[in-house]
Ligand binder design. Structure first.
Ligand SMILES: NC(=O)c1ccc[n+]([C@@H]2O[C@H](COP(=O)([O-])OP(=O)(O)OC[C@H]3O[C@@H](n4cnc5c(N)ncnc54)[C@H](OP(=O)(O)O)[C@@H]3O)[C@@H](O)[C@H]2O)c1
Length: 338
């Protein structure tokens, strides 16, 4: 399998060395309909064989379930894996269906202890603030996260869905290894402020949902018709109703480029986002989510596809044609605050 192994990169100037593609583990426990635990475990193992070393989870995925699910895998491979988890989406006791964004130091301290316990590890390799609560100064939150580094509970810090200015303020308190934000062929709002700030500060970009939550692979077109009732994508504006109908044609150029390369549409979407590393001159480690070993093999192989001028001419206009926002409430995203 050595020949299939992906290249590595450093996660920002201060971060760990990782495979150039990571694995999003969220769907194994949460958001995207029913999962097969055995198949998900095989996916974790297959990813590691391929040199995928950055595994992404969060405390909120399945209310702790995703972190617990990863614990046996981490116990078996602790030294080979860089585990990233996140805090900030608190689940209130009085209503477990709600989420409140908490960035205050006492909350962060409780959250890290709970994540360490569920993951069954002594230290979290990369600890992200998942969402920003603007009522708490970012310096205060990052200050509390920096204390966790000093105490040896966390190795590196990350932020998700922050603006360029928020990243600069955070970096003044403690080095930030990575920003995790949505970035794909059809979600490019971070290129305006976040990406230039990350490049300026030596921070890596970890694009989440690089397959447009699966849409760019062609595996579904209309969430209401194609996905199960509990699937989170049914609540996302661009995947339902008139927007879904309008967006269906967006896949045509992706399919055309895929055909020209003898590749799949998913691989083209991943190759495009991976190539942003050269375009913007910063480390880029996308974390496609999958629960299937065959797909992890397919996705890792995308790191070897090089898109040329003709391909980019077809793909670049796509983002401007997307109908509908990426979330129903954009105020929690960097774009919503910029
Ligand atoms: N920081 C944040 O706020 C945030 C938000 C969302 C996600 N994330 C993280 O980012 C990770 C990835 O994002 P995501 O899962 O939302 O979206 P994604 O990676 O864009 O897409 C995942 C979807 O694509 C399907 N898929 C994967 N590879 C495929 C292939 N080769 N062919 C066809 N379909 C394929 C998956 O299905 P199967 O699983 O059935 O293969 C799944 O439904 C998550 O797992 C999570 O760790 C972070």
């Amino acid at each position: 399998m050595t020949g299939d192994r992906i290249a590595t990169t450093r996660l920002g100037e201060t971060g760990p060395e990782v495979g150039v593609q990571g694995l999003g583990c969220m769907g194994m426990s949460f958001a995207y309909g029913p999962s097969d635990a055995e198949e998900s475990r095989a996916t974790l193992e297959r990813a590691l064989e391929l040199g995928v070393t950055l595994y992404d989870t969060a405390d909120v995925y399945g209310a702790g379930e995703n972190e617990r699910f990863l614990a046996p895998f981490l116990a078996a491979h602790r030294d080979e894996v860089v585990i990233a988890t996140k805090f900030a989406m608190a689940i209130p006791r009085e209503d477990v269906t709600r989420r409140i964004i908490r960035n205050d130091p006492p909350y962060i301290r409780d959250a890290v202890e709970a994540s360490l316990k569920r993951l069954g590890v002594d230290v979290i390799d990369l600890y992200y603030m998942h969402r920003r609560n603007v009522d708490v100064p970012i310096e205060e939150s990052v200050g509390a996260m920096a204390e966790l580094v000093r105490e040896g509970k966390v190795k590196h810090l990350g932020l998700s869905e922050v603006t360029g200015d928020e990243l600069r303020a955070a970096q003044a308190v403690h080095p930030i290894a990575a920003v995790q934000s949505e970035w794909s062929l059809f979600s490019r709002d971070i290129e305006a402020g976040v990406v230039p700030a990350a490049r300026e500060l030596g921070v890596a970009l970890v694009p989440y949902s690089p397959l447009g939550r699966g849409f760019l692979s062609g595996s579904f077109a209309d969430a209401d018709k194609d996905l199960t009732a509990d699937d989170f994508r049914r609540r996302m504006p661009r995947f339902t109703g008139d927007n879904a109908t309008a967006n269906a044609s967006l896949l045509e150029p992706v399919r055309a480029v895929a055909e020209a390369h003898g590749a799949s549409p998913a691989q083209v979407a991943l190759a495009w986002v991976q190539q942003r590393a050269e375009v913007h001159r910063l480390p880029v480690v996308p974390i496609p989510g999958t629960r299937k070993p065959g797909r992890v093999t397919e996705n890792a192989a995308a790191t070897r596809i090089v898109l040329g001028e003709e391909d980019l001419a077809l793909l670049e206009p796509l983002a401007d044609r997307v109908a509908g926002d990426r979330y129903a409430d954009m105020s929690f995203t960097s774009a919503g605050r910029e």
